[in-house]
Design a protein. Structure first.
Lengths: 203, 227
């Protein structure tokens, strides 16, 4: 009785995923090399450095910034990033009067081509539930406090539109070139959960 | 469906856990499950809407306790039985971390099913654009006041509970987009016009919300009515 098969505790997900991959490969439905390539792509080639390049260029190139805000999808397409989950990108510009914050309350939609895959907190129930109803408390947990005169504008990613926040250029960065500027851009600043500090404080 | 996944505005989930993390995948199996998802989607021509609907159908207690990619695993295990790829008995074996007895399938290079099914990598690189041409004149214009319809659909939908019955303003017309409510069920793309609609925080959460704050959602025309 104690050996009843049905009472076995399900094993580690790693073992079940491995068994599923092996079974699907045997059926010819998937290919191990294809899976390897996808993992490599999102592990090593797609991430927030892509978004940082876009942001830094927008700071130094007004013509690009104008196109980026007009049609984020086509402006970003010039970079040739893998397109999945970035087929319809809208760029949101932070200003002294508007602070944008991005969430997906229904799942965890996120602009993969420019930010990579989302961090665990972005996928958490705490963030998904609270970002829409108490954004200022959420931002406080990230250490930022927009003033009472600022509009906190939350974007819930309910369709296939994906949002990239264009953070404000840090004070004191006037002398930096595009490559140095990109180094200043954090992942969270492009989600809206960070504000970039003056350059003097970061060096 | 009005499930546990529709979390906007819920209480009780506590503070954020902001421990630093570097890697896209924390454990190897997460990367394999992620990649398998796209390879299967490409092979089956399955829609992202159907994939999301599968995750939403997990029992609420499982949804809350499974890790993110664990939800994908559970949803696929169910879907692969429902679609007849595996029998329930075979899936029980996989669920125990073992490989069931299976016929070894080798497909010829000229098998038409191999020619039409792309790889997951191709899907990742080229994406899956949701925009569709639409002939119908827009029911709403930028600046119009609209209301989220009161509805209670048992199937997949992308209008969260927290905007149903609430009034907002159209701030953008995003053109025709595949309609998830039908697409998830395999009932066709049925494109409808998508609008960005802005709701004042106080309209959604009451007067304790900040008077300047707002929430903007992308909502399809059938979710909206004039206000």
């Amino acid at each position: 009785m104690s050996h009843d098969h049905h009472h076995r505790v399900p094993p580690d997900p790693a073992l079940r995923v491995k068994a599923l991959e092996t079974a699907l490969t045997q059926l010819g439905l998937i290919d191990t090399a294809d899976l390897d390539a996808i993992v490599d792509l999102y592990q090593n080639k797609v991430g927030p450095r892509n978004g940082a390049r876009i942001v830094a260029r927008a700071w130094v190139d007004p013509e690009f910034k104008s196109r980026l805000l007009q049609n984020g999808t086509s402006a970003i397409a010039e970079y040739g990033f893998p397109a999945l989950q970035g087929e319809d990108i809208v760029v949101l510009e932070n200003t002294p009067g508007v602070h944008n914050l991005v969430v997906c309350t229904l799942c965890s939609c996120y602009p993969w081509p420019v930010l990579g895959l989302p961090p665990t907190w972005y996928k958490s129930a705490a963030y998904r539930s609270r970002a829409v109803s108490e954004p200022r408390e959420v931002l406080r947990e990230f250490g930022i406090e927009p003033g009472a005169e600022v509009e906190v504008r939350v974007w819930d990613s309910t369709a296939e539109t994906r949002y990239l926040v264009l953070p404000m250029r840090p004070a004191g960065s006037e002398a930096l070139d595009e490559i140095a500027l990109a180094e200043l851009v954090t992942r969270d600043s492009m989600i809206g959960t960070d504000v970039l500090p003056p350059v003097a404080e970061t060096t | 469906m009005d499930g546990i996944h529709d979390m906007g505005g819920m209480h009780g989930f506590g503070q954020l856990d902001l421990k630093p993390e570097g890697e896209a995948f924390h454990e190897e199996w997460e990367g394999r499950m992620f990649a398998m998802n796209w390879a299967l989607m490409a092979a089956a021509g399955m829609s992202l809407d159907a994939g999301r609907a599968g995750v939403e159908q997990l029992p609420p207690s499982d949804y809350l306790t499974l890790p993110y990619f664990g939800r994908w695993l559970h949803a696929w295990c169910r879907s692969l039985v429902d679609s007849g790829v595996f029998s329930q008995e075979q899936m029980n074996v996989i669920g125990c971390g073992e490989v069931p007895e299976l016929p070894v399938v080798t497909r010829a290079a000229d098998d038409p099913s191999m020619a039409t099914a792309g790889t997951g990598l191709e899907l990742a690189l080229r994406g899956n654009p949701p925009q569709r041409p639409i002939d119908l004149a827009p029911a709403f214009r930028v600046g119009d006041c609209v209301r989220g319809k009161i509805m209670h659909p048992a199937g997949h939908t992308r209008i969260p509970r927290y905007v149903r019955g609430r009034q907002g303003v159209v701030v953008a017309d995003r053109g025709g987009h595949v309609f998830p409510d039908t697409h998830a069920l395999g009932l066709g793309e049925n494109p409808h016009r998508l609008y960005a609609v802005r709701f004042a925080a106080q309209e959604l959460w009451g007067e304790e919300a900040h008077c300047r704050d707002s929430v903007t959602l992308d909502l399809w025309e059938p979710y909206l009515e004039p206000a």
